[in-house]
Design a protein around this ligand. Structure first.
Ligand SMILES: CC(C)(COP(=O)(O)OP(=O)(O)OC[C@H]1O[C@@H](n2cnc3c(N)ncnc32)[C@H](O)[C@@H]1OP(=O)(O)O)[C@@H](O)C(=O)NCCC(=O)NCCS
Length: 180
């Protein structure tokens, strides 16, 4: 059991160096060219939904960031899970699975209806994500072979989210208002 050895915390300023290193190693410089990166770009992730996996020395071994997104003309924001990365030295211990489950639990508690991600249904299916639940959602310029998956947090919610996914500009507006 990894629960006693590694713990999940909200990502804070002091984790930034560790997080940056993990993401750079996991996705490389080519990540900026990807459609999903361009979709997230421009708005910060939801700070209440960014988590790190730490060891007892507070070393960052894993990270998941989550972004608020809008789909079509639905005024309610959905969540876009990712990026998620785990240090190579600590892969296959179930750390990513714990970060995903924690995201699902927290998003549910915060009242989100839907979580989306781009990923492999063979892995994410275990957490309830399916392509069917995201069948009405389109990400502009998504690379061939990449699949959008969706998880309903509210039964039946998938039918309310149809159209193009874009970043939630209210996040940016709120941030700008905070700066005034
Ligand atoms: C993908 C990643 C986050 C998984 O972290 P992890 O802590 O090792 O994952 P878990 O221990 O929870 O799960 C391990 C199992 O799930 C599989 N798995 C995990 N994430 C997966 C993914 N995104 N797609 C397909 N399979 C995946 C692993 O291959 C492994 O399977 P196995 O035990 O049958 O060999 C990690 O390998 C990583 O950082 N990779 C680079 C970045 C990346 O690809 N992120 C995901 C983008 S969708």
């Amino acid at each position: 059991m990894t629960e006693h050895v590694y713990h999940i915390a909200i990502e804070e300023q002091r984790h930034q160096g560790g997080v940056r290193t993990l993401l750079e190693k996991a996705f490389g410089p080519g990540r900026m060219m990807r459609a999903i990166y361009r979709l997230r770009e421009g708005t910060p992730p939801d700070p209440a939904l960014c988590f790190v996996m730490l060891n007892k020395h507070d070393l960052v071994l894993g990270v998941v960031r989550n972004y608020r997104v809008c789909v079509g003309d639905n005024p309610r924001a959905a969540l876009l899970l990712g990026p998620i990365a785990v240090a190579q030295s600590h892969e296959k211990l179930g750390l990513a699975a714990r970060l995903i489950r924690h995201t699902i639990e927290t998003a549910t508690a915060q009242g989100f209806d839907m979580i989306y991600l781009v990923g492999d249904p063979n892995y994410y299916g275990e957490f309830g994500f399916t392509a069917t639940r995201a069948a009405q959602v389109k990400i502009n310029d998504l690379e061939e072979g990449k699949l959008v998956l969706g998880l309903e947090l509210t039964p039946g919610a998938a039918t309310d989210y149809a159209g193009i996914m874009r970043n939630d500009e209210s996040v940016l507006l709120n941030q700008l208002q905070g700066w005034r």
